[in-house]
Design a protein. Structure first.
Length: 282
């Protein structure tokens, strides 16, 4: 179980002018009105930061708990232990089959991946697999599947175009997006994840997982956990001027500004990490 937290602080002046924070006037052209630049709401920015930190942490965190259940790092000021739970990728890496490829993946590689997944699944056919990848591999997959359709001369109109007379102002739209591949009675669906893209920006990386629940117990393949009522919390530290910069009343600080804190506890567990395959570019 890991604690995630994100803070945002602002001055009372910013709170007063948040909706229209900056206006710029063009002195050279009197006919133009001033340009107004709006700032994003602080709550939205903080929520996006918090959710990104939790998503990335639950995906990539390396656990720091020893064999005795003690944390290996502590806060330098208070000496309190800092617990970090194991993320999904490290759990899967410990048991998954791994493949490497050069330049870009091939359909033969994905056929091997699906064969491995079928060996580990509860049935040989009818499995629907999820392949989570970064943007580099997502682009390569779409190129490979596009070439597959072109080489096999399929009858369906998968690659499409729209004529200039279709109301598009003379522009022609060509192309298609490929997100699913079927082989030997099994399906694999490709999903791009920005957390993987930021961790592996230049090399292809993907994880194939079987999300089928156990047919006997109903236990899911992957589960997320939290403490009761502590999965998401918000707290405010209000200073002079109040939360909106113009309110009177009691304050918790003599600083003309306020702070918003979002925090929560979360952990993830891969109950069947062996039912997975990792593919990465060499």
């Amino acid at each position: 179980m890991t604690t995630f937290r994100a803070d945002a602080s602002w001055s009372s002046l910013y709170a007063l002018q948040e909706d229209v924070f900056m206006s710029i006037c063009d002195d050279k052209d009197k006919t133009k009105s001033e340009g107004v630049y709006k700032m994003l709401k602080k709550e939205k920015e903080l929520l996006d930061t918090f959710m990104y930190a939790m998503n990335t942490g639950l995906t990539f965190n390396k656990g720091n708990i020893d064999v005795n259940g003690k944390a290996l790092i502590q806060d330098p000021d208070t000496n309190r232990p800092i617990y970090i739970g194991e993320g999904l990728i490290p759990q899967i890496e410990a048991a998954a089959n791994k493949y490497c490829y050069n330049n870009r993946p091939s359909l033969a590689l994905f056929n091997m991946v699906m064969n491995d997944m079928a060996d580990k699944a509860q049935s040989d056919t009818g499995n629907k697999l999820v392949f989570i990848c970064n943007r580099k591999m997502w682009n390569d997959i779409n190129s490979v599947l596009g070439e597959y359709l072109a080489n096999y001369r399929t009858d369906g109109t998968y690659m499409y175009s729209k004529s200039a007379n279709s109301g598009n102002g003379g522009y022609v739209k060509v192309g298609a997006t490929f997100d699913t591949y079927e082989y030997a009675g099994n399906q694999i669906s490709f999903v791009v994840d920005r957390a993987l893209t930021r961790e592996y920006p230049t090399k292809g990386y993907g994880v194939c997982v079987d999300l089928t629940a156990d047919k006997t117990t109903g236990m899911p393949a992957i589960g997320k956990f939290s403490l009761t009522g502590k999965d998401f919390m918000t707290n405010k530290i209000v200073g002079v001027g109040g939360y909106d910069g113009k309110s009177s009343g009691e304050v918790a600080s003599n600083v003309a500004g306020s702070k918003l804190v979002m925090s929560g506890y979360a952990g993830v567990a891969a109950f069947t990490p062996y039912r997975s395959v990792i593919v990465r570019e060499a």
